[in-house]
Write a protein that binds this ligand. Structure first.
Ligand code: HEC
Length: 207
């Protein structure tokens, strides 16, 4: 219709070996130039990174709340690392009231200052943290028991989360994990009741 009769469009047929041949025709000199340019760009980027680090321009203050890339980098590294390292950890029976009570004692003495608890806001330390210490009542839905155990035992580098494995046995850390598993179901009144029971019985947590 639109075409003039006898003028059929010609689609050039280029076989794969012709394409390879034409690629091979790029002179060796041109290839060398491309590789050299890539190396120079990489060296300039590495130098720029070193200059940035040594200049002190990056603000390490906790009041400098990073956004974007730095936040993504730290949060993604932490999440991926925890998931990777917690693989293969065997989880003991956690639904044990004595174990939950034991975990509560540790939690109440060591974790509330930063993370808070039902009816108990975090203390002054928490206000000066970046990244912040999250409310742990939702932690059991975000992490598996093995991952909670791993975080509590090893801590999270580049944040204020300590590794409690240097001072506490695995048994105690499983008890804390058992308590965190119950945390989402505890009201402020329940938590207060547990505190009263503990003060009435055994006064403080033991290592
Ligand atoms: C000195 C402050 C501090 C104390 C004390 C502390 N934590 Fe943390 N914790 C943090 C911070 C900060 C983070 C967030 C780390 C991050 O964002 O990478 C965190 C993260 C966590 C997480 C991961 C939470 C999530 O949803 O991502 C768990 C679980 C946790 N802490 C458990 C505990 C337990 C259990 C204790 C007590 C035995 C404890 N922490 C004591 C500061 C603290």
């Amino acid at each position: 219709m639109g075409l003039i009769p006898h003028q059929t469009p010609v689609i050039p047929v280029v076989s794969w070996h012709e394409q390879v041949e034409s690629l091979a025709k790029i002179e060796t000199g041109t290839m060398k130039k491309i590789i050299l340019t890539i190396i120079i760009v990489l060296v300039i980027q590495a130098l720029a990174l070193f200059i940035f680090i040594f200049s002190g321009a990056y603000n390490v203050s906790t009041s400098n709340h990073d956004s974007g890339f730095v936040n993504w980098w730290l949060a993604t590294s932490a999440t991926r690392s925890v998931k990777h390292h917690a693989r293969g950890i065997r989880v003991p029976q956690l639904d044990n009231p004595a174990m939950v009570q034991e975990g509560f004692k540790h939690f109440n003495e060591m974790c509330v200052e930063c993370h808070g608890a039902p009816g108990k806001p975090p203390g002054e330390i928490a206000k000066g943290l970046w990244p912040p210490a999250p409310d742990l009542s939702m932690a059991a839905s975000d992490w598996t028991p093995a991952q909670l155990f791993w975080i509590t035992k090893n801590g999270i580098k580049f944040s204020a989360m300590p590794g409690w494995g240097t001072t506490h046995s695995d048994e105690k850390i499983w008890a804390m994990t058992a308590f965190i598993e119950k945390l989402s179901k505890l009201s402020a009144a329940d938590y207060h009741q547990m505190e009263t029971n503990t003060v009435g019985g055994e006064p403080s947590h033991e290592h």
